[in-house]
Every structure is written in C-alpha cells, then in structure tokens.
Design a binder for this molecule. Sequence first.
Ligand code: ARG
Length: 396
Amino acid sequence: MPENKIVLAFSGGLDTSVAVSWLKEKYGAEIVTLTIDLGMVDLEAIRQRALRVGAAKALTVDAKEALVKDFLFPALRAGAVYEEQYPLATALGRPLIARCLAEAAQAEGAFAVAHGCTGKGNDQVRLEVSMAALAPDIKVIAPIRDWGMSRQDEIDYAKERDLPISASDSRFSVDENLWGRSVEAGELEDPWLEPPEEAYVWTKPLAATPDEPTYLVVHFQQGAPTAIDGEEMAGVDLIVHLNGLAGGHGIGRVDHVENRLVGIKSREIYETPAAIVLHAAHKALEALTLSKEQARTKARVAQEYADMVYNGLWFTAHRQDLDAYVRSTQRYVTGDVRVRLHKATCTVVGRTATNSLYQYDLATYGREDTFDQAAAEGFISIYGLPVRTQSQAQPE
Ligand code: ARG
C-alpha cells in the first residue's frame, strides 16, 4: 500500500534513530531507512542499527563517486567558496542526498521522505527545495523540526521504548563528507573562544606537524584534478589521499562566523584539507590560462555559484547556466601545479600549462625579449589621452 511507507534519511545518530519510532507511531507507517555514504560512513554498521531501532527495511547507497563527479568537481571548477572561507562540503552533499531520497521513494512507492534536520539550519532548506525540484509530489516530513523534543527528551523517549542508542554522542554537531567536516554547537557557540583541540579530527595541531615540508604536483585536466605526482587517480581516491596528506600538515582548518540563509549568524569550524589544496592549485592554474577579463568575470560567477549552493538552489536553471559558463572557461585549464605543504600552510610554488598565456619571451627582461618597447610610447600617448584632455579642460 503506497500510503504507508516513508523513506527516512538515516545517519544512525540519536535524532534519526528516535525518528524511526516516532514516524511509525505518528503516521502508522512502515519506515524504510536510507543511509548514504558520501565518504565517511560504515554502511553495514548503520544498516544493522536501522533494523535494530525498528526500520522495516534498511537501504544503503555508496554515492561517493557521484558526489565527486556531479557536485565537488563542478564546484571546484567554479571556484565556489562561501564567504571566501567555506568550501561548501555539507552544502554540496545535500542536493545529492535529496536525489538519492527521491529515487528511493519512487522505487519504494513511498508517499513521503523524512530527514533529521532542525528548523534553524540551512540543511532543511537545501533538502526540501531540492525535493521540490526533483519529486514535487512526494511529501517531506521533518520530525526533529516538528516534535519539539530536546536532546534529553529524545534520550528519555528512546529509553521508554528500549531503543538501543548510545547517549555518549560528541558534544559537537558534526557533518562530514569527502570535501570536509563541519563542526558546530557546544562551546563553539561562543565566537570569542578558541576552538578546543577536540573539535578537530582530520587535521593535526601545528606542534604535531612534520618539520619537513611535503611537495606535490597536482595535474588538472580541463579544471578537474586527475593525477598527483604523475600518478593518475580517480576523484574519490585523489581527495582521500590529499585529505590525509594535507591534514597531516595541519592544513584545512577554518573558523568561520557565517551568514545562514535563515538569517542567523553562526560560528562554524571546518576541516577541509583537500578542498583548500585543490582550490589553491586550481586558481593558480587559471592565473596562467584565463585572460584578465575571464578571470575577473569568473570571480564574480564564483561568488554567485557559492551562494546558489549554500542557499539550496542546486537544482535550478540558474545554477545550470552558471555551470555552462564555468565549463566553457575550463577548456584550457590543463596543466600542473606544484604546492608545498608545511606547518598548516599550503603554498603554490610552481605552475605550468599546455596552453599557457604566460609567454616567457614577452615577460622576460633578458636578451630573449620580443616585447616591442618602442611601441609603448605610442600606446601611452593614446591611453593617456582622456586623462590629458580632462586635466586641461577641468583643472580642478
Ligand atoms: N553551516 C554549514 C552549512 O550550512 C554546515 C552545516 C553542518 N551541519 C551539521 N548538521 N552540523 O553548510
């Protein structure tokens, strides 16, 4: 019977574990959980847990490749970084989660999907607006937003029903995927306090980083990274590799007071080593391969693109149009970038491109110079003409 199935996006945490029984009781529905691996998940353990807390069926999807190909690399090519700090890991994962939910709901004949977002964040907006674009006929239920339970209420609710949950959850609210780890709540809510070391998991504290730098060469093909130090790597592997390497040098910590879509400012900690390295390297390659006008326009598009992603507007014509522009700019963004990882800093130290606009014979001050210096005189005379004219006609 289609009217009695709900597909719940299930992470295995306290919220979504309690949500299984709550949805069952409130809607008299059969609950199918869906757990999506975007990089950091033990699918089988969470599947078992879903069945233990009362799911009728527990689905799992490995969506890592889709995350990289359809979301992370497009955002990298676009240079999308929210408010110049946040490479958008969580924000890029949400439309894919919505896509998986919509597909599962359709396959299962469910009348609704459910998610564990609160009513204060961006994630509810991203999931629900994406669902509206992909599967407008499927209802979306947000139990955590609806039920008004505190964390303690949830624990009591679980105890009353004998749900096997561990109340020893971390004191922070954490979301993670390949592109980064987002940490909020607890003492991070005081923006004056330095984040405690326990907030960080992927990145080493400065004191524990190696004294020797690591150099590496990232190869890009039309704006997407395809190899490291000459070794071809699939996107997922490349990102995992860089997260480990750069995180080991303490690279990737971001402490951001950001403007949420729902109007509040929030203090977030991010760990995003691979994204920091790849954005820096990609930008360096664009400096060689894009004209000045392309680079300037693209920087504005990057900001718009980041806002679209952050604000949950992935599945829109406008985002597709921006992508078409970005794609076109990436035709010649092919080449190598050499970076140095050392003491929490990623520095670009070299770059080379197949179709570089940097021409040695034009730039050099040496003998090989082919720049016509004599022509500069005429250029300056014409270029300065309106300046001379105005300063004579309007001396003040
Ligand atoms: N503020 C970030 C964003 O809106 C991260 C949200 C993280 N979510 C979480 N449940 N901790 O993209």
